[in-house]
Design a protein around this ligand. Structure first.
Ligand code: SF4
Length: 90
């Protein structure tokens, strides 16, 4: 089974009331590297009209974006208990 096939087995319990990743746009707008667009294994970051957005509901909770955001523009925490990704293949 390929990695993509394994990831497709995961389930997400989305916490609509409390996004676990928020972007501080006052900080983000001054970032030129935009590593978040490159490093997310799920490809959740994109740029629209010059602003970075994140589709946090599909987050794998790996923390890579938080580690690579050198400007500190992300308010990142694990989802509340009972929410987030449910891995099916470890
Ligand atoms: Fe992507 Fe990982 Fe950041 Fe989630 S924690 S948005 S999967 S890089």
């Amino acid at each position: 089974m390929s990695l993509v096939d394994k990831l497709a087995l995961n389930k997400f319990q989305v916490d609509e009331g409390e996004p676990h990743i928020l972007i501080n746009y006052d900080i983000c707008k001054d970032c030129h590297e935009k590593y978040c667009l490159l490093v997310c294994p799920a490809g959740l970051y994109s740029e629209q009209n010059g602003a970075i957005i994140v589709e946090w509901a599909g987050c794998l909770e790996c923390g890579t974006c938080l580690a690579l955001c050198k400007k500190g523009a992300l308010d990142w925490k694990y989802p509340r208990g009972g929410f987030g990704i449910i891995y099916r293949q470890g």
